[in-house]
Design a binder for this molecule. Structure first.
Ligand code: MF3
Ligand code: CO
Length: 247
């Protein structure tokens, strides 16, 4: 379980800072015609220049430093020289950095140029849902409180929450207990305590919530082919307000 105190929080802030820097560099690099491999290279260089290691590279055999997932791809898209982003695409970039013994993990979804209004609303909604989930991450609240506020917001817009993949504890390991579902019921599940470090990462679809994994054994896509969006922050549960490490 990721429970941290004192100086370890500063180490996690440093990993989080690097993750944010990598995300911002990748986002400003994205334009029609760039390949997902080129996007990954931008992120990887930032991580290395900051004296960190990419958390994802080699994790369960994952072959890259960044996941780049487009449109109906939900998460874990493998960067490729042959895959180029186009005007109107929804591009989710997910990155982790390891430094000083601790991991940071965050993801953003960007729209390349303009997409149709429903797609733009999907992207707006995933950030709102993530941020509402973070607001609910307070001592005395439960994991179910986080999941239910996320689910309620997403479903109120007519979108769906992916069930098969969840958020997680984070710290000395990329994935630690507890699992952090993006759905659930108020008051259910583990009680949150001060110092608990979580990666909160809703994945939401325009259509149904069902997903499947492609033949590459990594890329997760929506079963119905509908658009998907993903947003993630690493946070610490605090007495006052949740501390966002990857802001
Ligand atoms: N942010 C994702 C997660 O927390 C990405 C990890 S997938 C990896 O699960 F295998 F590439 F590391
Ligand atoms: Co994560």
């Amino acid at each position: 379980m990721g429970i941290i105190t004192g100086g370890d929080i500063d180490l996690m802030k440093e990993s989080g800072r690097i993750v944010r820097l990598a995300l911002e560099e990748m986002k400003s690099f994205i334009e029609p015609g760039v390949s997902t491999k080129e996007i990954e290279t931008v992120g990887r260089k930032v991580i290395e220049a900051e004296g960190a290691a990419p958390s994802f590279l080699g994790y369960n055999g994952y072959p890259a430093a960044v996941c780049v997932s487009i449109n109906c791809e939900v998460v874990h898209g493998i960067p490729s020289r042959k895959r180029r982003v186009m005007e109107g695409d929804l591009v989710s970039i997910d990155v982790g950095a390891f430094k000083g013994g601790f991991h940071g993990d965050a993801a953003d979804t960007v729209v390349v140029g303009l997409a149709d209004p429903r797609a733009m609303l999907l992207v707006k909604t995933v950030y709102e849902a993530r941020d509402r989930g973070i607001e609910a991450a307070r001592p005395g609240n439960t994991l179910g409180d986080i999941g239910s506020v996320i689910q309620d917001h997403v479903e109120a817009r007519g979108f769906s929450v992916v069930r098969a993949l969840v958020g997680h504890g984070i710290g000395r390991k990329l994935h630690e207990p507890p699992q952090v579902p993006n759905f659930g019921r108020t008051g259910r599940g583990m009680k949150l305590a001060e110092g608990l470090t979580l990666a909160i990462e809703p994945m939401i679809n325009i259509g149904g919530y069902r997903v499947r994994t492609l033949q590459d054994n990594w890329t997760v896509v929506t079963v119905d082919g509908s658009l998907s969006a993903h947003a993630e922050h690493s946070i610490v549960v605090c007495g006052s307000e949740p501390l966002i490490l990857t802001a």
